[in-house]
Design a protein around this ligand. Structure first.
Ligand code: NAD
Length: 362
């Protein structure tokens, strides 16, 4: 996935560069909704991806995020064997201050008008309650509360997938997948981050936590016996694993030199600012990068299970399989001396192209 940083690039050039099918700009002055829905690729099935609400500095930043997120959803579904395409929605605004029932329901109306081409779920800045509001307007939403027939909060299963990806990476790097005695920095202890801290501490892993929300930082550190570190010092603390669980693009030319970890494996989407440049830099530096879209697929798997009517046991099996999916990518990366993200892309693109042929054959 090439970088989309060029703010002067015309929109259709961006869509062509990343291979997007459709982008919908949703504007509703009555509710204050300004959202972008990006549909990347629907070869394997309807585009599924979360709704993110964030204080974007500019409309360009919001568009870039929607494009990058939706593309990674296509790859995430493909590599994990799901029959889904990639999509995403972003809302411009502060979730703590600006979000209302009316705004979420208005977004639901826009999603309804897409007739199932896009199905949403929660992401950063949104939660199951918001999904319930969207459900009031459209059926094309997953991750609604269990009490109204959904699969509920997908974040514990998302964290479980990341945990399996960490284990697979530790096995590759250290020869055993036991986490006791290893150290992990979890950057961002929101919904997924907190659940990951819980799983890591249950295996007696030394955990450092950081978050821009000071109150939450103190609370989570105390609850799980983790060590709180200031957000601006995370690269000064040596640890076996760096787990980015907040925003993307934290792996870039400014941070790679500072990294003191052996493994990068976390939940954040699009961790590499530019996957070609930074994927290679990590390969050369000998840092194992567990591709984000592979190991953070637990939430998507949960949503897929909800759509397909799968049992919780099946959801867990599919999520635990992230261990094998990660191992396969790491093996291919080693065998062909390519970056781990290149290896993952190769496997995902092959599945999309194979299924495209199947679908065009009848
Ligand atoms: P969340 O909003 O619950 O948590 C994000 C946390 O990161 C918050 O506590 C926030 O204060 C903190 N944060 C923001 N900027 C930070 C910074 N610069 N440094 C440190 N902390 C910072 O979001 P979430 O649902 O836990 O998702 C976290 C990441 O995982 C996102 O990138 C999301 O796209 C990805 N993800 C989420 C899911 C899911 O099911 N929610 C699934 C897969 C991937």
């Amino acid at each position: 996935m090439p970088s989309t940083d060029n703010t002067s690039t015309p929109v259709f050039n961006l869509l062509n560069a990343l291979g997007h099918q459709k982008v919908v700009f949703c504007n509703d002055p009555d509710t204050g909704l300004k959202a972008i829905i990006a549909i990347h690729n629907t070869t394997l099935g309807p585009a599924l991806g979360g709704t993110r609400m964030w204080t974007y500095k500019s409309e360009q930043d919001a568009l870039t995020d929607a494009l990058r997120l939706s593309k990674s959803m296509t790859y995430k579904a493909a590599i994990n064997g799901l029959n889904l395409g990639g999509g995403s929605a972003v809302i411009m605004g502060d979730p703590r201050r600006d979000k209302t029932e009316a705004m979420m329901r208005r977004l639901g109306r826009f999603i309804k008008n897409l007739n199932g081409e896009y199905i949403t779920a929660e992401d950063m800045g949104t939660n199951t309650r918001d999904m319930e509001y969207i459900r009031m307007e459209t059926e094309h939403v997953t991750g609604v509360p269990e009490t109204i027939g959904g699969s509920g909060d997908p974040t514990p299963i998302a964290a479980k997938g990341v945990f399996m990806g960490i284990k697979a990476s530790v096995k590759e790097m250290f020869g055993t997948d036991t986490l006791a005695g290893r150290s992990v920095i979890v950057q961002g202890i929101g919904h997924v981050g907190e659940n990951l801290v819980k799983l890591l501490r249950e295996e007696n892993t030394k955990v450092y936590v950081s978050d821009i929300n000071e109150e939450r930082l103190v609370q989570v550190a105390k609850k799980y016996g983790a060590e709180a570190i200031a957000n601006n010092t995370i690269f000064d603390v040596p640890a076996d694993i760096y787990a980015p669980c907040a925003l993307g693009a934290t792996i870039n030319s400014r941070t790679i030199d500072k990294l003191q970890c052996a493994i990068i494996a976390g939940s954040a989407n699009n961790q590499l600012e530019d996957e070609n440049i930074h994927g290679h830099m990590l390969l050369e530096k000998g840092i194992l990068y567990a591709p984000d879209y592979v190991i953070n697929a637990g939430g998507l798997i949960n949503c897929y299970s909800e759509l397909m009517g799968f049992s919780k046991k099946r959801t867990l099996q599919l999520t635990e399989n992230i261990y094998n999916a990660t191992r396969n990518i790491l093996k291919l990366s080693k065998a062909e001396n390519i970056s781990t993200i290149e290896a993952a892309n190769k496997i995902a693109e092959k599945r999309i192209s194979d299924i495209k042929k199947v679908k065009s054959s009848y």
